[in-house]
Write a protein that binds this ligand. Structure first.
Ligand code: AMP
Ligand code: GLY
Length: 429
């Protein structure tokens, strides 16, 4: 079977490597891809936003299944257009992608299905939002309703900060995404990510991870797309996972089916593990980046098989197999990220890093220029290691980072420390 993978980041490189190993694969194409993905796939220069050109390519190349990495094409309805053309895909259609596209939509679904989440209100004008914030008090969380590439959320510690964040949303700081604003209570606890695969009716757990969203060591500085991740999450113990499935994931999939908009694909729940139990922070309707890099490093089952089962309604009969080892990824980013950064800095040492046991380097934002690998994005490479323990994975990843030559880059030095500190507190098991 010929497959087309859509996307160009480290997440898609991790998916490409797994897809390339499937015995069911004949040929893998990727659009637009990157130099790392090119090791596993033929790159196709398609304008992914032009769904008709994607369909025309699929027909020409006899592609029967399309895997969509990022949220933007999902929210734009690429799965609907492919389906109309008779081409199957992994990922939700536009109606089901609302779970990521609108925070208010998800909050309403939570209310309908009694899913634990922070108390919230929605607003369409700045004066009403400001009045509510002043009666609510700080801290409080202000969110642009729509897709804002991870930049639409302000965890405000003061009233003024919250009022200003809401005013910025309405003034267009996040474009159309901020025309509506959700204001919610601050949740306190440990943050962790839970993944599930759904075929619209059946839903199965699909791994856990912990992201490191802030740019600086010790979780300081601005939010980013993610500077590193570990999997599994030690905070999501088996009883917590059961609770997440029965109180959050299961009811969500059931409510979406009941509404006539079944969710197919991977559901990524951002959770706060509070004193009262796990609560939903937000949903994403795709794999995380860099969470996919650690998840795929641990997945032993055939990824293509699982994706086909999700698309074809066969998930009741599958159960993914995982390595019981730990995975850790360190993102190396261009200096200046998540603010302004320059492209074109040379990136070397990947082969030397990958010569180490259990190390993989995923390309996130790279390009080839005159035969040399250079940075071509904010997040540039993801240095990833497996270990028998999390400490071993961390040591392996940072030993590999030391072999990377990226003068214009930087990385956090504490990826995994939070999880390791928790292991220490919990004592040996
Ligand atoms: P989101 O884009 O909704 O995932 O929000 C980005 C980050 O803001 C999350 O990863 C959390 O760290 C934080 N956050 C969002 N909502 C809340 C909340 N209600 N309470 C505490 N932290 C939150
Ligand atoms: N790493 C966060 C995300 O993929 O949304």
């Amino acid at each position: 079977m010929n497959i087309l993978l859509i996307g160009s980041g480290g997440r898609e490189h991790a998916l490409a490597r797994k897809l390339a190993r499937s015995p069911r694969l004949t040929k893998l194409y990727a659009a637009p891809g990157n130099p790392g993905i090119a090791q596993s796939a033929e790159l196709i220069a398609l304008d992914v936003a032009d769904h008709q050109s994607v369909i025309a390519f699929c027909r020409k190349a006899d592609v029967r299944f399309v895997v969509i990495g990022p949220e933007v094409p999902l929210v734009a309805g690429i799965v609907d257009d492919l389906a109309e053309a008779g081409i199957a895909a992994f990922g939700p259609n536009r109606a089901a992608a609302r779970l990521e596209a609108s925070k208010a939509f998800t909050k309403e679904l939570c209310a309908e299905a009694n899913i634990p989440t922070a108390a919230w209100r929605r607003f369409t004008d700045a004066a009403a939002a400001a009045a509510y914030i002043r009666t609510h008090g700080a801290p409080v969380v202000v969110k642009a309703d729509g897709l804002a590439a991870g930049k639409g959320v302000t965890v405000a510690t003061t009233l003024d900060e919250a009022v200003e964040a809401a005013a910025d949303c309405f003034a267009g700081a996040h474009g159309g995404a901020g025309a509506e604003v959700v204001i919610e209570d601050l949740l306190v606890g440990e943050e962790a990510s839970f993944f599930a695969l759904s075929d619209g009716t059946n839903v199965i757990p699909f791994g856990t991870a912990e992201d490191h969203k802030r740019v600086g060591d010790g979780d300081t500085g601005p939010n980013t797309g993610g500077m590193g991740a570990v999997s599994p999450s030690g905070a999501i113990t088996p009883p917590v996972a059961e609770r997440i499935m029965s109180q959050i994931i299961g009811p969500t999939v059931a409510a979406m089916a009941r509404r006539g908009t079944p969710f197919r694909g991977v559901l990524y729940a951002g959770l706060m593990l509070t004193a009262e139990g796990p609560k939903l922070i937000e949903y994403n309707v795709r794999f995380g980046d860099p969470e996919a890099q650690v998840l795929m490093s641990r997945l032993e089952s055939d990824l293509l098989d699982l994706m086909l089962a999700s698309s074809e309604g066969r998930l009741a009969r599958v159960s993914p197999r995982w390595s019981d080892r730990a995975a850790l990824t360190v993102v190396m980013a261009a200096k200046g990220y998540p603010g302004a950064y320059s492209r074109g800095g040379a990136v070397g040492g990947i082969e030397s890093a990958e010569a180490m046991p259990d190390v993989t380097v995923f390309h996130a934002g790279t390009a080839l220029r005159d035969g040399r690998l250079v940075a071509n994005g904010g997040r540039v490479i993801d240095v990833t290691a497996l270990g028998n323990t999390l400490a071993e994975a961390q040591a392996g990843a940072y030993a590999a980072v030391a072999r990377i030559d990226f003068a214009d880059g930087f990385c956090r030095r504490d990826i995994g420390d939070r999880a390791l500190a928790r292991e220490t507190r919990a004592g040996p098991n």
